[in-house]
Every structure is written in structure tokens, then in C-alpha cells.
Design a protein around this ligand. Structure first.
Ligand code: NAD
Length: 416
């Protein structure tokens, strides 16, 4: 397979592989290859200086056989419908793997959010929702945060949806601030979920986690909370990076102090007691566990053979190309795939939706207990397939996810 593949060709070849292993008929595979709905919109907003800004937005709804569409919205320049479609497809499998009653969707707005003020971002978010409002809703499609969107973005989304419908509907978006119906534990759920998977994998692989050296690429929501959760179980965080570069400290660094430094200086670099390194260097460091928690296509055929980690936990979506996957598998690196490793976020999003629908608020301990139970069960179900099929974990996870969605479609039948 050529490295120039798009995220969509990769997602489609993954579906093809899983379909073949599951012996799905051609019709089902064809159905799952296409999203049910793709929406593109153009948002015109008033900029703070009085000019007009025009931005493109996308929402792709892949499949909803197991429940309403669910998926994050990312604000990122250069986002394409191809990429959003691939991510929507991954969401369908992910929700099925952790066995929550949702389908898969994804959204994107082509914007460099760092260049917009808060008020401009608010107007952009609200306009985006107003243009796709008929296709959203707690029983239709429920957005969540992703790259460069956060709890505040979800508050604007939920408020706009509620304003347009005429009454408060907290269950229309997840990942909201707690004071307006967010769930305790949602912000940290993706990062914590990654560490639950690492704990299971370490047990199976005889890797000692106390003192294990961890390198993390990306220091946003997922990277920061993965770092905290890793530290909680005794791992040593030796390196962290963000879009400006990385820092390395053999003796281990404190994520909370690094966050305070980043908030002050806008970068993780120049952190006291650490050596500045590049993002490329971070990936190739001698360490036990590597957690890519930033962007797609970071581990490729160009650097896969230089990866020294014993375990790679994909916190980001699609950080490893198919070629790199093969190289890591041959090197006996334990790779926990994105559709399993980062499913903690959507799992607690589901808990948030349930709490909103029942007008309840669960305590943090209960949310964390339920998250761990869901992640552990999903991990063991994937491992069971891996040992029967003698496959890598990505194939095992895909077989579990695609298989569950295919079963739902078969049971529902085709209408009309
Ligand atoms: P975020 O916007 O909070 O953080 C992104 C981080 O990546 C920032 O620290 C940024 O500086 C860094 N980054 C950007 N470009 C980089 C580069 N070239 N090299 C190194 N770092 C770079 O986003 P997030 O919510 O933490 O999401 C990170 C990844 O996790 C994405 O792939 C996202 O799709 C995935 N994910 C997020 C969630 C969630 O709940 N937020 C759930 C599942 C998957």
C-alpha cells in the first residue's frame, strides 16, 4: 500500500480487511463503505474588526444502526471531507467496540482557531450549529469535543441548539462544562481510558508499569490527562511535546508544572530542568510506552523502524500509517489501536447523555468505575479475538466493531 493514501482509503482498506475476516457479504461491505449523510456548509460571520469571514464546515454521519450518530467536532485548517468521513467511520466502530448504543459521526470546521478571538469562535460555532440543526439532536446526532474544541465549544453548541428549539436540551451535546449538565470525569476520560488499556496490555505482556518510561506527543486535553493518569499509576513521564516542539527529562517531569509553564509561555519548551527536543526526536526516544496524542500520520514508514518503545497506545486518531503498523508488528511492538485506546471519551460522553436524559448527576467515582469496567471489558473482548485470529490488535478491534455493526444491520433489515 502506498504511503500517499488518504485517511479515507486507509479506513476503507481496514473495513475491507475486517469484512474479509468476518466473511461479510458484498452488500453489507458496500453499505458500510458509504456514510449515510455528508453535509457541507459555509459560515459567514462578522469578525471583530467589522470585516466578514467565510469558513467551511462539514458534518458526516456514517452509520446509526446501533443508535444515534455520535462524534466530535474539530476546528482545524485544511480539514477535508475525506478525513472527516474516515473519522466518522472510525467512530462507528469505536462505539461498537465499547458497546455503547451510538453510531458514528464526525464534524470539522476549516479554521485556525488560534487566529480567532473568543467572540469570533463563538459566532462561528453558533452559525455552524444553525446550518445543520435539522440533522442534530439527542436522538439524531450528538456532537462532542475534538482537536481545538473544548467544553466551552460544547456549551455554545448545546445553547444554540436549545435556543433554536425553544427549550433547554442538555442531552444535545456532550463534553459540556459540569455546571450546565456535563459529566464529572468527561474532560479527563479519553486520557484515563488510554491508561486503562495500557494497564491491561502491560499485564498481558509482563511490562512493569511502576517506573516505566512514558513519552507523550501532544499536550492538549488527551495528552495532559493521559500524562496525569500515567503518573498516578507510577509511570515516569520522560518527554512531552506540543505543536511548538518537545521537552525531555530523564528523571521524569511533572505534568501539572509543565501545564502551568505552557499556560504562561504558550509552549512546553524551555521548561526548567528539561532539554528541548523536536517532535520527531520524541517519537524515537528510548522509552517503554509511547503515546501519540496529537495528529494523524505521525508514525510512518520513515520513522517506524526507529521507534524504540515497547508499547504504542494510540490516543490520537490515526497516528500510525498502515506501513508503519506492519513495521511495528514485525518488531513485536504492542500497539493498542485508536478505536480501542481512545474510546474512553465517547464512553463518558455516553454516560453524560444518560445522566442528561434522566436529569441525574453521577459522582466522579461512579463515572470512573464505570469507565474502567467498560474499557477493560472491551480490551479483553478484542484480546480474545486477537488470540483466536492470531492477528494484531487493530485487526481484532476492527473485527469486533465492524462485526457488531454488521449484526445490527442484518437484524434491522433493509427498509423499504
Ligand atoms: P487538543 O486540541 O486539546 O490538543 C491537541 C494537542 O496537539 C495540542 O497540545 C497541540 O499543541 C498538539 N499538536 C498539534 N500539532 C502538533 C504537532 N505537529 N506535533 C505535536 N503536537 C501537536 O486536542 P485533543 O482533544 O487532546 O485531541 C488530540 C487527539 O486525540 C486527536 O487526534 C483527537 O481526534 C483524539 N481524540 C480526542 C478525544 C477527546 O475526547 N478530546 C477523544 C478521542 C480521540
Amino acid at each position: 500500500m502506498a504511503e500517499e493514501q488518504t485517511p479515507l482509503t486507509v479506513a476503507l482498506s481496514q473495513l475491507k480487511l475486517a469484512s474479509k475476516k468476518l466473511e461479510l457479504d458484498d452488500g453489507l461491505q458496500k453499505m458500510l463503505s458509504h456514510p449515510k449523510r455528508s453535509i457541507t456548509v459555509s459560515m459567514d460571520i462578522r469578525m471583530d474588526n467589522g470585516s466578514v469571514g467565510v469558513y467551511n464546515g462539514i458534518r458526516v454521519q456514517h452509520w446509526d444502526a446501533r443508535g444515534p450518530f455520535k462524534g466530535g467536532i474539530r476546528f482545524y485548517p485544511g480539514i477535508t471531507i475525506d478525513e472527516v468521513t474516515a473519522l466518522a467511520m472510525l467512530m462507528t466502530w469505536k462505539c461498537a467496540i465499547v458497546d455503547i448504543p451510538f453510531g458514528g459521526a464526525k464534524g470539522g470546521v476549516c479554521v485556525d482557531s488560534k487566529k480567532l478571538s473568543n467572540t469570533e469562535l463563538e459566532r462561528l460555532t453558533r452559525r455552524y450549529v444553525s446550518l445543520i440543526v435539522d440533522y442534530l439532536g439527542p436522538q439524531r446526532d450528538i456532537p462532542a469535543p475534538d482537536l481545538y474544541t473544548d467544553a466551552q465549544t460544547m456549551a455554545w453548541i448545546m445553547d444554540t441548539y436549545s435556543q433554536l428549539k425553544g427549550y433547554r436540551i442538555p442531552e444535545s451535546a456532550t463534553g459540556k462544562p459540569v455546571e450546565i449538565g456535563g459529566s464529572w470525569g468527561r474532560t479527563e476520560a479519553t486520557g484515563r481510558g488510554v491508561i486503562h488499556c495500557i494497564k491491561q496490555a502491560a499485564e498481558n505482556n509482563g511490562l512493569k508499569l511502576r517506573g516505566a518510561k512514558v513519552a507523550i506527543q501532544g499536550f492538549g486535553n488527551v495528552g495532559f490527562h493521559a500524562a496525569l493518569a500515567a503518573q498516578e499509576i507510577g509511570c515516569k513521564i520522560i518527554a512531552i511535546s506540543d505543536s511548538t516542539g518537545g521537552v525531555y527529562c530523564e528523571g521524569g517531569l511533572n505534568p501539572n508544572s509543565l501545564l502551568a509553564h505552557k499556560e504562561q509561555t504558550k509552549s512546553v519548551q524551555n521548561f526548567e530542568g528539561c532539554k528541548d527536543i523536536s517532535n520527531e526526536e520524541l517519537l524515537e526516544l528510548p522509552c517503554d510506552i509511547l503515546i501519540p496524542a496529537a495528529l494523524e500520520n505521525q508514525i510512518t514508514s520513515k520513522n517506524a523502524d526507529k521507534i524504540q518503545a515497547k508499547m504504542v497506545a494510540e490516543a490520537a486518531n490515526g497516528p500510525t500509517t498502515p506501513e508503519a503498523d506492519r513495521v511495528l508488528y514485525e518488531k513485536d511492538v504492542c500497539l493498542i489501536p485508536d478505536i480501542l485506546a481512545n474510546s474512553g471519551g465517547v464512553t463518558v460522553s455516553y454516560f453524560e447523555w444518560v445522566q442528561n436524559l434522566t436529569r441525574e448527576q453521577w459522582p466522579l467515582e461512579l463515572v470512573n468505575q464505570k469507565l474502567e469496567a467498560k474499557m477493560t471489558k472491551a480490551f479483553n473482548e478484542v484480546e480474545a479475538i486477537v488470540s483466536i485470529e492470531e492477528s494484531d490488535m487493530r485487526t481484532g478491534a476492527l473485527m469486533l466493531g465492524v462485526g457488531r455493526v454488521a449484526n445490527a444491520i442484518r437484524t434491522l433489515g433493509l427498509w423499504p
